[in-house]
Design a protein around this ligand. Structure first.
Ligand SMILES: NC(=O)c1ccc[n+]([C@@H]2O[C@H](COP(=O)([O-])OP(=O)(O)OC[C@H]3O[C@@H](n4cnc5c(N)ncnc54)[C@H](O)[C@@H]3O)[C@@H](O)[C@H]2O)c1
Length: 331
């Protein structure tokens, strides 16, 4: 099924997006609403922002519920009258999970099971959810493909791995149509640049515009398969609508299949900002110690995602960063 067919399918459905106030969730909500799909968001706005959803408030297809997935009563109530679920709510960040493993577990593991079980009880079969490239752990195999996982390196990775195990068990036991999406370093509009647990790209952009200090942990030659958020939105739509029953109970890589070093990313952002006359020359770059739980290189094999879900026509890194910065610089 291609994207247009998937959207046609979803126009007849009511989609629940948990974590819809966050970065990836709000981009997904925006795309669904623009295409005439009815959406309810569940979010407690712990890391997400109500401003990400402000523009949809008057849209009759949009509804927002403020609530916490660690409360099973909330989960039971929000799954009533929905047809399919995209579960994005979680506490991101490897360093946060190392510092606060209990909180990460409550939200990412218990909260996940609350949502999955509530969906099962309500007869909502389709449960698409955010997993993470962190489940590959210390695997040195490149590109990373399903089955090449190594030893996990953080409590965050443990929770995401647990999500995949629960989702596979619920698919087997209860015929649920679970699909896991292993995101690789997603970036784009509405990503929060602030806070100690912010992701690298929005943080670098923010610092370069202000002329602040940028800290790169390690030598900066570590590589990542940076993924523009439009790719993550697209794969959610495809997974919410797919009729390929062999994808149920499985997880898929969501990336571009190309890698860039952090040094490379910093230079690309700088050049783009210079183009828009928004690079502040006071910016300085320093290198800090490598962070525990970080992997050296990360590149994805996305061929299985393409075959199973029709994940194609991707936005490559350069086009993504250029579109993102143009949007930011116009603000
Ligand atoms: N951004 C990435 O590069 C990336 C990479 C791998 C996996 N992921 C996963 O993708 C999903 C979305 O990530 P994101 O980058 O948009 O993060 P985000 O922090 O912007 O979004 C997460 C959303 O979940 C909400 N939330 C957190 N705890 C909640 C709770 N207890 N109850 C209800 N809502 C809650 C937050 O308020 C936020 O709106 C997460 O599951 C994350 O682990 C993201």
């Amino acid at each position: 099924m291609d994207l247009n067919a998937a959207l046609e399918n979803l126009k007849t459905k009511h989609v629940l997006v948990t974590g819809g106030g966050g970065f990836i969730g709000s981009n997904l909500v925006e795309f669904l609403l623009k295409n005439g799909v009815k959406v309810t968001v569940l979010d407690n706005f712990s890391t997400g922002k109500p401003e990400n959803l402000e523009e949809f408030e008057t849209n009759p297809l949009f509804h927002c519920i403020e609530g916490d997935i660690t409360d099973s009563n909330v989960c039971t109530s929000v799954v009533q009258n929905v047809d399919v679920i995209s579960h994005q709510a979680a506490l991101g960040s490897v360093p946060r999970s190392i510092e606060f493993p209990h909180k990460t577990h409550d939200v990412n593991a218990t909260g996940f099971l609350n949502m999955l079980h509530a969906a099962k009880e309500a007869g909502v079969k389709r449960f698409v959810y955010a997993s993470s490239s962190s489940v590959y752990g210390d695997s040195a195999i490149s590109p990373k493909h399903i089955g090449s996982e190594g030893k996990l390196l953080s409590p965050y990775a443990v929770t995401k791995r647990l999500n995949e195990e629960y989702a596979a068990v619920y698919a087997r036991l209860h015929d649920m149509e679970t699909i896991g999406l292993r995101y690789f370093n997603v970036f784009g509009p509405k990503q929060d640049p602030n806070g100690v647990y912010a992701a690298a790209i929005p943080k670098f952009i923010d610092r370069m515009m202000r002329g602040d200090k940028i800290t790169i942990y390690g030598d900066g030659e570590q590589t990542r398969d940076f993924t523009y958020v439009k790719n993550a939105v697209k794969v959610n739509v495809l997974a919410l609508a797919t009729e390929n029953d062999r994808s149920f109970g499985c997880a898929f890589n969501v990336a571009c299949g190309a890698y860039f070093s952090l040094n490379n990313v910093v230079e690309t952002i700088k050049q783009e900002l210079v183009k828009f006359d928004r690079f502040n020359p006071d910016t300085t770059i320093e290198h800090g110690p490598e962070r525990p739980g970080d992997i050296r290189d990360s590149l994805a094999d996305v061929s299985r995602t393409e075959v199973a879900l029709g994940y194609a026509d991707l936005h490559v890194f350069e086009a993504g960063i250029s579109e993102y910065l143009e949007l930011l610089c116009k603000q």
